[in-house]
Structures are given as structure tokens and as C-alpha cells.
Design a protein around this ligand. Structure first.
Ligand SMILES: CC(C)(COP(=O)(O)OP(=O)(O)OC[C@H]1O[C@@H](n2cnc3c(N)ncnc32)[C@H](O)[C@@H]1OP(=O)(O)O)[C@@H](O)C(=O)NCCC(=O)NCCSC(=O)c1cc(O)c2ccccc2c1O
Length: 338
């Protein structure tokens, strides 16, 4: 046996990752990278209990059903679909001839769809994407930009994408940005406020605002700095360079990079892995991660989750019942835990 082979076996033994005992989870990293495997195998070479219990999820396509009308409005700028059998909603910005730039109507429709997905108890995770392979979203539609904002059919100038950013952030279910092509300007900020970003290897990221006389001094700046660090955030905004998917991955802007033709397949795998986990755990974790950045509004979101859980408890219900029964509440039976 060669020295190299002996070293390899020793390494596998020490790491507990003999390739033949690994369960392959991800066959779809960037084309030039080796396949990533998950160490479900123990050092003794057997698949461990974590692997036996949780294993892998399906890579099958989702069975999408289109929902053409939301909030009693026919969708024109957005395609809304659900794979109801497995709790996934997909919201697609559908203006590919404009590189999926948004106008006020687009943002309004996105907001209706996110509200619907939030309220639907069968939806556990939401994908945000753009139609076609050339763009996720190129930001605000500059052809309808007026003084004070983007102007819709009602003639009112709006910056309503700022409300949408907050809606995505506050939505108590994971939102995954599935990015092919350009995610620039306000489109770049939309992917940043999503919880997870899966990028195709043709994705391009960056801010263009200072080139077209705009800027986002809210989440677009401050949340970006949390993601990539202060120096890099200043570079991205001050120079307005564009970055390929691998560069974006290296700086922490995206979670993974996959070949374009595997983008939805891989995104569905991430959705399905999350859907196997406790929805309440994910909900409270999202609120907690937001709270660290969002000040009093973040604490309110996290606090709301505490109230939600308390309302489901016997102690919380004792107060309600006592009120309705016109008697003093008896909280004495509830122990004060350490
Ligand atoms: C995204 C591109 C780099 C793609 O380049 P490419 O060469 O592939 O494609 P074209 O440039 O030929 O585009 C095809 C077609 O689409 C039109 N288009 C693309 N993007 C937009 C857009 N954002 N608005 C309007 N139209 C767009 C383009 O004109 C072509 O149409 P033709 O009729 O000519 O064929 C490149 O397209 C590009 O750089 N796009 C502009 C990106 C941009 O600057 N976006 C705006 C940034 S500012 C912003 O988004 C923003 C929005 C907000 O609501 C805010 C709110 C509050 C604060 C800040 C905000 C903010 O900054």
C-alpha cells in the first residue's frame, strides 16, 4: 500500500468521513468545486443515528400550482405559486424584459403574495425569485422614477419597496432568495433581506444607486455591513462594482453557489431540509437574529413570539379564563423555574 493511500486512510479514520460511508447531500456546488458531503458517518464507519433518523430529502421537482388572483387582484407583474403538498410558496418577479425591475405595482403585488404566504398555515417556507435566467431583480424601474419616488398608475410617487423589505424581514417563516443573473440596486437589497440566498453560477451582485442618483441608507447599507463587514460594504456602495457569484459567496452575501440548471433543485432541497425542522424554533430564531440588529422593533418582534407561546400555555390561559369567569386568577400552581 502506498504511503499516500495509508495517509488517506488515517485521515479518513481521524475525521470519521470515509467517503463510502458518507451520505451525499449536495451534488450541486459550483462546477469547479468537488461534491460536498455531510459527515453522517461515525468514526467506526457506520452511518450514525443522526444520519439514520434525518437522512436526505428529495431532489424531485415541486408540483407548482399557480395562484393568479391574490387580494382579489389579478397579478400582472408577479407569478405566485404554491407546492401545497409540501408547504412551499414561490413568488416570481415577472418583468423579464426589464430585467425584473420593480414598479410600484410590482411591489404591491409582491406584498400581497407575501401576506398570503404568511397567513397560509400550510406554507412553511417562501422562495423569492425572478423570471428567466438573466435577472433576479434590477431594482427600481428607472423609467417610472419621478420626484420623490417611483410613480404608479395612481400618479403617487412611492418608495414602497422599503415596506416590502420590512415585510420580508418580519415574516415569521424563512424566505429564500433564488438568484439567477443580476441582483443589483434595489434588487440586491431584496435578496439581502431574505433569510437565505441560493445563487446560480451566472449570478451578478452589486449596488448601482450612486451611479443613477439613488441610495438605500436603511437595510441596504446597515444590514449589508452586518453581512460583509464595514470595509466591504463601503467598497460595494462607493465604487458600485459588480461581483460574480463566487465573489459574493466569499464575502458572505450568499449561502451557496450552484450551476444554473440546478438552481431550483438545490433551493428546494434547502426548503425541504428547513421544513423538516420545528417551525416554532425557526420562527423564534429568525426573530432573535433580527432583534440583534433591529433595536426596539426587533425586540417587539421577538417579544411577540414570547406572547404567542405564552397564549398557548396553561398559565397564560388561566388569566383569560379567570377574567371570563369573573374570579381572581390562580397562578399559584405554576412553578417559578430557575
Ligand atoms: C441589470 C443590468 C446590469 C443588466 O444589463 P444588460 O446589459 O443585461 O441588460 P440591459 O441593460 O440591456 O437591460 C435590458 C432592458 O431592461 C431595462 N432595464 C434594466 N434594468 C432596469 C431598471 N432598473 N429600470 C428600468 N429599466 C431597466 C433596460 O433599460 C433594457 O431595456 P431596453 O428597452 O433598453 O431594451 C442593467 O440593465 C442595469 O444596470 N440596470 C439598471 C440597474 C439600476 O440602476 N437599478 C436602479 C437602482 S436604484 C434602486 O433600485 C432603488 C429602488 C428603490 O425603490 C429605492 C427605495 C428607497 C431607497 C433607494 C432605492 C433604490 O436605490
Amino acid at each position: 500500500m502506498s504511503a499516500q493511500r495509508r495517509l488517506q486512510i488515517l485521515g479518513n479514520h481521524l475525521m470519521g468521513t470515509r467517503p463510502e460511508n458518507l451520505i451525499s447531500r449536495q451534488a450541486t456546488t459550483a462546477a469547479d468545486k468537488p461534491e460536498i458531503t455531510v459527515p453522517y458517518a461515525s468514526a467506526d464507519g457506520k452511518v450514525n443515528s443522526y444520519g439514520r433518523v434525518h437522512g436526505t430529502v428529495s431532489r424531485e421537482p415541486a408540483k407548482w400550482q399557480r395562484i393568479p388572483v391574490v387580494s382579489r387582484e389579478e397579478l400582472t407583474d408577479v407569478v405566485y405559486e404554491k407546492a401545497a403538498d409540501e408547504g412551499i410558496a414561490k413568488i416570481t418577479i415577472n418583468r423579464p424584459d426589464r430585467r425584473n425591475a420593480f414598479r410600484p405595482r410590482t411591489v404591491q403585488e409582491l406584498s400581497w403574495c407575501f401576506s398570503d404566504a404568511r397567513d397560509d398555515p400550510d406554507v412553511g417556507v417562501i422562495i423569492l425569485t425572478g423570471a428567466g435566467t438573466l435577472a433576479f431583480c434590477s431594482g427600481g424601474d428607472q423609467s417610472v422614477r419621478g420626484q420623490g419616488g417611483y410613480v404608479g398608475a395612481d400618479g403617487i410617487a412611492r418608495l414602497n419597496v422599503l415596506d416590502l423589505q420590512i415585510q420580508i424581514r418580519r415574516l415569521p417563516k424563512p424566505v429564500i432568495a433564488m438568484v439567477a443573473g443580476y441582483a443589483v440596486g434595489g434588487g440586491h437589497i431584496l435578496h439581502m433581506v431574505c433569510d437565505i440566498t441560493i445563487a446560480a453560477d451566472n449570478a451578478v451582485f452589486g449596488q448601482t444607486g450612486p451611479k443613477v442618483g439613488s441610495f438605500d441608507a436603511g437595510y441596504g447599507s446597515t444590514h449589508m455591513a452586518r453581512l460583509v463587514g464595514q470595509k466591504k460594504a463601503r467598497e460595494i456602495w462607493f465604487l458600485c462594482r459588480l461581483y460574480d457569484a463566487q465573489e459574493a459567496h466569499n464575502m458572505g452575501l450568499v449561502n451557496t453557489v450552484v450551476p444554473l440548471d440546478k438552481l431550483e433543485e438545490e433551493t428546494l432541497v434547502w426548503c425541504r431540509e428547513m421544513l423538516r425542522n420545528s417551525p416554532t424554533a425557526l420562527r423564534v430564531l429568525k426573530a432573535a437574529l433580527n432583534a440583534a440588529e433591529d433595536g426596539q422593533a426587533g425586540i417587539q418582534e421577538l417579544g411577540g413570539n414570547a406572547t404567542l407561546l405564552f397564549y398557548q400555555s396553561e398559565e397564560g390561559n388561566e388569566g383569560r379564563k379567570a377574567y371570563l369567569e369573573k374570579r381572581p386568577p390562580n397562578f399559584s400552581k405554576f412553578k417559578r423555574l430557575p
